[in-house]
Design a protein around this ligand. Structure first.
Ligand code: OAD
Length: 271
């Protein structure tokens, strides 16, 4: 496969590599993408589920639908483990200086062993207060407990108060803590929010200075994240796309990340 050989060569020639990932890299861990057929935004329209205001309105008018959205969002992340693609990306840092820039909020890159990860859309596992200050962490087990509680809210009356009680470990109001009194929620970026800092500034720097960028499992439709490969290309970096869908990049590896990325690493290790 010529494209695979070209990709291996480009990565071997690079001093500094960026891996830019989207939902597709976690698809083989059981987490649905957003825009593929049957994707998240087809089941849950962004107008009602992708912004804080949309979520607030949905909570008030149709809490049952918010319960379904939260179960669909949290359950796969709670159950997920890194797949072969996450592991191959982590292995890349053994060969070259590698920065991972991810749009995902699932922390699977870190769990696979990647040590330099910019989470430009934040993470589901850090909790922040209304001023953006860190107030705590939750784990996958906590998410699973929340999912189980949400499932019990599906039937019966008073859905909204029961839903709010169910998600308390993740979001709510702290009335009694003197230090962290007030609202708290996960540190995730929703539509209309600024990107997560300092990760976004660090990501822009890494993209501007890399020699090769692996773009894995992203439709490239969401801005400003989508500017990163454009900027890297303009500054002379080789862009390698790994995605079942065709891309306009010069090195285009069509297929699942979990199959292609281990082959790239094998190619680098064997030459
Ligand atoms: P999308 O759902 O837009 O795109 C997913 C991409 O993954 C598509 O190009 C698929 O072809 C590809 N894909 C599917 N399965 C794959 C596999 N096994 N291996 C490799 N690629 C695969 O998801 P993103 O581009 O990540 O932001 O979406 C970007 C942002 O839009 C998300 O971070 C989220 C969303 O709205 C916010 O909510 C702020």
């Amino acid at each position: 496969m010529i494209a695979l050989r070209d990709a291996v060569h480009a990565l071997q020639s690079a001093q500094s590599i960026v891996v830019f990932t989207g939902a597709g890299v976690s698809a083989e861990s059981g987490i649905a993408t957003f825009r593929d057929s049957g994707g998240f935004w087809q089941r849950f329209p962004p107008e009602r589920f992708a912004s804080w205001n949309g979520l607030r309105r949905t909570a008030i008018h149709t809490p049952g639908e918010l319960i379904e959205f939260l179960i669909a969002l949290l359950e796969p992340v709670a159950m997920a483990q890194p797949n072969a693609a996450h592991r191959a990306i982590a292995d890349l840092q053994e060969f070259r200086s590698t920065t991972v820039i991810t749009q995902n909020i699932d922390e699977l890159h870190q769990e696979a062993g990647s040590t330099s990860v910019c989470e430009i859309h934040g993470t589901l596992f850090d909790l922040i207060d209304s001023r953006g200050r860190f107030v705590g962490r939750i784990g996958r087990r906590d998410l699973l407990k929340i999912v189980n509680r949400l499932m019990r809210c599906r039937s019966g009356p008073f859905k909204l108060p029961r839903l709010l009680a169910a998600i308390q470990p993740l979001a709510g109001l702290r009335l009694w803590h003197s230090e962290t009194r007030g609202a708290y929620r996960p540190r995730i970026v929703m539509f209309g929010d600024a990107l997560a800092e300092p990760d976004w500034t660090r990501a822009c720097g890494a993209a501007a200075n890399c020699d090769a960028m692996l773009v894995v499992g992203t439709s490239g439709l969401v801005w400003p994240a989508a500017t990163l490969p454009i900027d890297a290309r303009q500054r002379g970096a080789v862009i390698i796309s790994v995605d079942p869908e065709a891309s306009g990049e010069s090195i285009n590896l069509r297929g699942n990340a979990g199959e292609i990325l281990p082959r790239i690493i094998q190619g680098i290790a064997n030459t």
